[in-house]
Design a protein around this ligand. Structure first.
Ligand SMILES: Nc1ncnc2c1ncn2[C@@H]1O[C@H](COP(=O)(O)OP(=O)(O)OP(=O)(O)O)[C@@H](O)[C@H]1O
Ligand SMILES: [Mg+2]
Length: 388
């Protein structure tokens, strides 16, 4: 396999300090990826599971309903890896306050991730993925939150290093390329993004994510941007029709293995094991989304039936509110009024009936703001986002 397949460690002098930084080689790997039976099998499984996911999404009556929510879930998970202390419920309950100016850094970090993701998805419809777009997304991710002094939207102008909190350049787990070599590596990276692809796109996603983490071109946010890149590549190459496949939960659950496999690419050129780990994540995550979609379809059916049976007189407006609840599962009477374009009293009436039918539950906070929660739905989405 050879230790220089992904790049080399090169001694650097910084004043008195000597350390070794990693200078990555441009993609694609040389010698080429070795497709042994293990890698072929997992690639084929990942393909097949994504196919199944595409099929299930076609049977959801209105997939947009939960894409917006699923994006929130992803934002929560990806930001948690970074150390952000906000759960999905925190984000749902505090979102409006934060949007209207209230300080809550953890929620803001997560909301920025949603904006960055949506911005990227819109842009890749017109533009190919480029370094410029990556910087644009980084800027949105880090604006007005901790880390904002860490140059949002700019590639780093100094040496950085990776490792446990408080580690230094000399005892870091990994030292990415110095600035000059970083710029060269980024140039090659962009060329590779635009080039005709050598490998099946799932393999390419794995190569590109790992290479980006190795270059580590920002002072902060490299993990989140690298995870967003996977989604953009999957969507831009029509592997998935909706942005519903995210590896953050898998990376969070297998964090040590994730870091080790990345390190093994750098240290021993072991691209194949990293790719196996990555593809296992794609297959496992597709299965999770299929399972969740089926549970949501089932919940939707049961709730709709219960509305038709118990409140036939209001069912049109009630169904309308129910549909909105998939995007706003935490809401007030005023919000329901606005979402459905009905009077305050009508909204209140439907909400009361929903509470009686156990479709939603009431929650009143210290300021006596009464909110309603679509708990069964939130619980389904919550899995994996609870804070430890
Ligand atoms: N010990 C390690 N070994 C290998 N790679 C690591 C290690 N620690 C961090 N990384 C890589 O660096 C990324 C973190 O970089 P950075 O802090 O710039 O990004 P972030 O988005 O703020 O954080 P995170 O990825 O933790 O959410 C990780 O996602 C991982 O890819
Ligand atoms: Mg960070």
């Amino acid at each position: 396999m050879g230790t220089e397949r992904a790049g080399n460690y090169v001694k650097q002098l910084y004043g008195e300090l000597a350390y070794k930084a990693f200078i990555p080689k441009a993609l694609p790997p040389e010698p080429a990826i070795r497709f042994d039976s293990k890698l072929i099998n997992i690639l084929s499984k990942a393909d097949q599971r994504i196919g199944r996911l595409t099929g299930v999404l076609k049977s959801i009556p209105n997939p947009e309903l939960f894409v917006a929510m699923y994006v929130k879930k992803e934002a929560v998970l990806s930001s948690q890896i970074e150390g952000t202390q906000a759960s999905l419920s925190d984000v749902l309950e505090k979102e409006e306050d934060v949007l209207s100016g209230k300080d809550d850094d953890d929620v803001k970090v997560t909301l920025n991730y949603i904006d960055a993701l949506n911005h990227g998805l819109n842009r890749i419809e017109e533009l190919p993925l480029s370094l410029r777009l990556i910087r644009e997304i980084h800027k949105i991710l880090l604006t007005n939150v901790r880390g904002k002094h860490r140059e949002p939207g700019e590639f780093r102008k100094s040496q950085n290093w990776i490792g446990p909190k408080g580690c230094t350049l000399s005892n870091a787990a990994f030292v990415p390329p110095p600035v000059f070599e970083m710029k060269e590596a980024l140039g090659c990276f962009e060329k590779y993004l635009h080039a005709e692809k050598t490998y099946p796109i799932l393999i390419e996603c794995g190569l590109i994510h790992s290479q980006f983490e190795t270059i580590h071109p920002f002072l902060d946010g490299n993990g989140r941007i690298g995870r967003l890149l996977i989604t953009f590549l999957l969507c831009a190459n029509n592997v998935i029709s909706k942005p519903l496949l995210y590896l953050s939960y898998y990376f969070k659950k297998n964090k040590l293995e994730y870091y080790n496999k990345l390190m093994a690419v750098r240290n021993s050129g072991n691209w194949e094991e990293w790719l196996e780990f990555f593809l296992r994540g794609i297959a496992e995550t597709s299965d999770n989304v299929v399972e969740l979609s089926n549970k949501i379809i089932d919940l939707q059916k049961r709730t709709t039936d219960s509305i038709h049976n118990s409140m036939p007189r209001y069912s049109n407006k009630a169904i309308q509110l129910l549909e909105k609840m998939y995007i706003y599962p935490v809401f007030s009477v005023n919000k329901a009024k606005e979402l459905c374009g009905i009077s305050y009293n009508a909204a209140k009436g439907i909400i009361k009936k929903f509470v009686d039918l156990n479709i939603i539950t009431e929650k009143t906070d210290k300021k006596r703001n009464r909110k309603y929660l679509f708990n069964r739905y939130i619980d389904l989405l919550n899995e994996g986002t609870e804070l430890e």
